[in-house]
Design a protein around this ligand. Structure first.
Ligand code: 0WD
Ligand code: CA
Length: 427
């Protein structure tokens, strides 16, 4: 098991004190770095981190041309899939969205729209849900590393996944087998969804991965308030602006023995956090044969998933993940937001190496340009958004330029963001 490869519990305790601060810098050209070591999974977290129930702020749809609109146009309704459905159906008609850098643009448009509608949530973190899932599940990740780009502007950290050109190409050129397996997941979505809740079971239409419905929520981990956005597969019966009808769809190989069962229980960690982070209460898993025939369908209540794996051989503990996430985000903030640590528009890079830990470094000018990729951006933020938040800052009486570490300014809506934590969401 992966945990045996990780730092021992003793070294983990030591490491919690060993996270080094970046030395204060007087120029963004200076290359600074620091590291945080891997958490132990063999002992309970020292400091539990409460997680506030996510509350939806807005949703939006991408159409087939990847145009974004603030509507539920791409929202789908759940319908039971036919038994024995062929998940290879329509493969040759798949309209496949090319792999792209994990830009925050859609989410930033949503945040801008929320401000236009008169609320300005106080936030410390802005990111896609997929990024937060990667961060939280890192303690149990023994295979795939990841890198993030980070910017800090007036008390808010923006995190995007960094995928270099080579990796982007690699992702775009999947092996035919991998491509087919990926398709099975999308085909399952089509067999399970329709444009209205009353449509009989059947194929919901050819797969077009440009089309997505995304929900943006606010939540809080420990003391860190965040706004995260993510794709939602469908809703049950009807959507009333809340996340309690939302549903996540997944496929997995049918379980034939103990090894399969262990593999599935490991996967449940990612399923769990992916849905937990958006407040999606239900996950419907389609179990399939290796050749893509649907065998059974099983529904899981998101909040009950940790209990299913508790005490098992390869068990995971969500508290370890939340506590690690809290520590990780606090560590990034404390380093990146040191006053005078970096020039306005600076970009930091976080690199996670399984079984080792995370490193944080300030990007050099040429690396920052690589992130901008010749586009109209400041770092990875679109220029329009960057300018919009500068304008917000300058219209604020407390404006003090782009000094990192500035407290988020209180807003009209801030009083309502401190909700009491509903029991179900504090694990
Ligand atoms: O966070 C990321 N790694 C990326 C996100 C990389 C590139 C793009 N994006 C986009 C997503 O397409 C979406 O517009 O960011 C937005 C939010 O994504 P998310 O909800 O945070 O992404 P995640 O939780 O990782 O994945 C949710 C679903 C996936 O469903 P499954 O059941 O397989 O987890 O989004 C889809 C996929 O259906 N998806 C993608 N589809 C095509 N290409 C991709 C992709 N690169 N990434 C996620
Ligand atoms: Ca899905």
């Amino acid at each position: 098991m992966a945990s045996s490869k990780r730092a021992t519990s003793d070294s983990d305790i030591r490491d919690q004190h060993a996270a080094r601060k970046v030395p204060r810098l007087d120029s963004s050209r200076v290359h600074a770095s620091c590291s945080l070591s891997y958490p132990s999974t063999s002992q309970p977290p020292t400091r539990p981190a409460p997680f506030q129930r996510p509350r939806p702020l807005i949703s939006f749809s991408y159409d087939t041309n990847r145009q974004l609109e603030f509507s539920e146009a791409a929202m789908r309704y759940y319908v039971s899939p036919p038994s024995g459905a062929d998940l290879g159906h329509g493969y040759e008609r798949w309209i496949r969205r090319p792999e792209e850098r994990g830009r925050l643009d859609g989410l930033l448009r949503a945040i801008s729209e929320i401000r236009k509608r008169g609320t300005d949530p106080v936030v410390s973190i802005v990111s896609w849900r997929g990024v937060m899932t990667k961060i939280l599940t890192a303690p149990y990740e023994d295979r795939d590393g990841w890198e993030l780009n980070v910017m800090a502007i007036r008390g808010t950290l923006y995190l995007e996944e960094f995928i270099d050109d080579a990796r982007l190409k690699e992702k775009d050129n999947m092996t035919p087998r991998h491509r087919m397996q990926t398709y099975y997941g999308y085909a399952f979505e089509s067999w399970c969804t329709a444009s209205s809740p009353d449509v009989p079971s059947g194929w919901g239409g050819d797969v077009d991965t440009n089309v997505q419905w995304c929900s943006v929520v606010k939540t809080k981990l420990g003391d860190t308030r965040m706004v995260i956005g993510g794709e939602v597969d469908c809703v049950r019966d009807r959507y009333n602006g809340h996340n309690d009808a939302m549903l996540e769809l997944k496929t997995s190989m049918a379980i034939r023995g103990h090894r399969d069962e262990m593999r599935f229980e490991k996967k449940l960690l990612k399923f769990y956090f992916q849905s937990f982070l958006l407040g999606v209460p239900e996950i419907v898993v389609g179990f399939r044969t290796p050749n893509g025939q649907l065998v059974t369908v099983q529904s899981y209540k998101t909040l009950e998933i940790p209990r299913l794996v508790r005490g098992k051989q390869d068990a995971w503990d969500p508290q370890i993940c939340l506590s690690w996430g809290d520590r990780f985000l606090t560590w990034i903030k404390s380093n990146v937001e040191q006053p005078g640590n970096a020039a306005p528009g600076s970009v930091w890079r976080v690199k996670f190496t399984p079984c080792v830990g995370v490193e944080l470094a300030l990007l050099r000018e040429e690396e920052r340009r690589e992130v901008e990729a010749g586009e109209d951006r400041v770092g990875f933020l679109p220029r329009w958004y960057y300018e919009e938040i500068q304008d917000l800052s300058s219209s604020n009486a407390h404006s003090c330029g782009d000094t990192f570490g500035a407290e988020p300014q209180p807003t009209r809506s801030s009083a309502s963001t401190t909700g009491v934590l509903p029991a179900g969401w504090q694990i």
